[in-house]
Write a protein that binds this ligand. Sequence first.
Ligand code: ACM
Length: 571
Amino acid sequence: MVDSDMLIPRPRRAVPGTGAFEITPSTRIAADAASESVRLYLQQTLRASTGQPVRDAVDGATVHAGAISLRVSDDPSLPAGPPSPEGERAESFRLTVTTDGVDVVGGSAAGVFYGVQALLQLLPADVYRSGRVGTGPWSLPATVVEDAPAFAWRGVMLDVARHFRTKHEVMRVVDQLAAHRINRLHFHLTEDQGWRIEIRKYPRLTEVGSWRRESQVGAHVPDADGVLHPAAFDGRPHGGYYTQDDIREIVAYAADRFVTVVPEIETPGHVRAALAAYPSLGVHPETPVEVWTEWGIADDVLNADDSTVDFFKDVLDEVIALFPSRYIGIGGDECPKVQWVEDPRTQERMRSLGLEDEEQLQAWIIGQLAAHVASHGRRAFGWDEILEGGTLDPSATIVSWRGLTGARTAAKRGHDVISSPDDQAYLDYRQSDLATEPIPVSIVLTVDDVFAFDPVPSGLTESERAHVIGGQGNMWTEHVDTARKLDYQLFPRVAALAEALWSADVTGPRDVAEFRGRLAEHTARLEAMGIEYRHEAGPFPWEQRPGVPGRPHSREDRAAYIDAITANIAE
Ligand code: ACM
C-alpha cells in the first residue's frame, strides 16, 4: 500500500481517508460502455501480477458487490484541465477508495484510464510485474484523488529511423509512456539513415531505404584546429521497417492506452534514405547516394519538381490512412541549402515560381505538403524551421526545438505550438558531466533540469499563450542502438517530463526535493516494469561506452549557437 502523496505526477488534490480496500479473490470490476477498454487493461494488469481473477461485476442478471467501478461522467465538479477539442475535463478523474470499493470517474475514457494509473500506483510496485511475484496484500489506502493535466499535449518523440526498434520494443515504450500519462508518441519514421514505414505505392522506400551498409560509431572528433577526424564505422548492416499491419497494430495498441501515435515523414532535408531508393527525388539524380552511414546533417535534399511534391503527397496519403492522429508531421528541420544554391535547374525553378531565395523554396515545398495534409482535414506539424520563409498557413502546428524562440514566434503568428526546447527536453543529451556517461551528447540535461521544463515562453499575451498546447521530450537515437540504452536515456527523465507536463505549476510551486522523494519510491515501479533506468550514481560498467567519443557542449556554447541559428525567426 502506497500513500497518495507518493503519486507521480503529483495530483491537484489527494485527501487520505481511513482504512483500506483490498483486492481479493472476490473483488469484481464494473465498467460502463465507454470505459470498456480501460476495464480490459486493468483486468489484464491485475490478473497478471496479483493472480486474482478480478471478475466482471455483472454476471448475467446478477450484479456483485465489492466492485471496482469505472465510469465516464460529465460531472462539472471534476477539475478542469486545459482547453482541448475533446473538452477541458476529458482527461480529468476522481479516484475514490473506501473500505467498501473503488470508484473511478473520468471526464472521458482517457480520464478513467488516468484514474486507473493513479490506482495502480497506490498498490505495491509488484503490480507492474507481468507475472505473480508479490503475495500481497493488494491493498489500496482509502483516499480521494482528483486530478487533471496542465497541458493537453504531453509527448515523447521516438526516432526509430537512426536505429530501428522492433514493434514490440515500440509497444513496450507505449506502455512506459502510458504509465506516466504521456499521451503522444511522435513517431519519427524517416531519415537520412533509414526509412521505416511500408509505402505500398513506392516499395523501394523500404526495399532499399530501410537498411544501411554500416553505422558510424560515436562522433567525428574535432582537433585543436577544429578539423574533424572521422569516427569509426562498425561494418555491420542495420535495418528494419514496419509493414502497414505493424503500424496498424502499434496505433491500436497505443490507442487502448490513450497514446496517439503522431507520424512524421521528413522533408525536404533528412531524406537520404528516400533518395537512395528513388534518385529522381534529389537535386542530383545522376549521382546516386546510399542510405547514409554517418550521423549529422547531409547536404542531400529534395528537388522542387512537381513530381517530387506529388510523390510525397502520395506517401502522406498512405500515412494519413494509417494514422488517425489529427496531426501529421512533415519534418522541416535542418535543410541545407547548398545544393539548391549551386544547381541551375533549381534556380530556374525558383524564378518560375516567383521565389526570391532558398528559404522561400523550403517554405514553398512545406506549404504544398501542409496544404495537402489540410485537404484531408488534418493538421501539418513540423519543426520550427517551417516558420522560415514566412508564408506558412496558420493551421500548421510548430514543434519548437531550437530553444523557445520558435514557440514564441509561432504563438505570436497564431500557430499552435508544442515546445521541445533542446536545453530542457532533449532526452538524447548527456545526463551528467561524468566522463563515464555513454557517448555524451551536447549539454548536461539532468532529471532536475527536465523537472523544471516549462513549455510556455515568456512574453506572450493570454491569447498567444493559449496556442502553446504542450510539450514533448525528444529521443534521438544516433547513439542509442539497443532497447536497453533507450531505457537508460528515457528514465527516470520521462518521470520528470510527466511531472512537468501534467502537474506543472498547477499543484503549487515546483519542489525538486519533494519530487525526488516521490521519485525514490517510483524507482521500485520502474524496476518492476523492467525498465533499466539510469541510476543516480552514474552508469553501470555495462552502460558505459569507453573509447567511443561523444559531442559534448557547454550550455553557453550551445545557447550561443541556437541564438545564431534562430535569429531569422526571432520576433
Ligand atoms: C532536431 O533536433 N533536428 C529537430
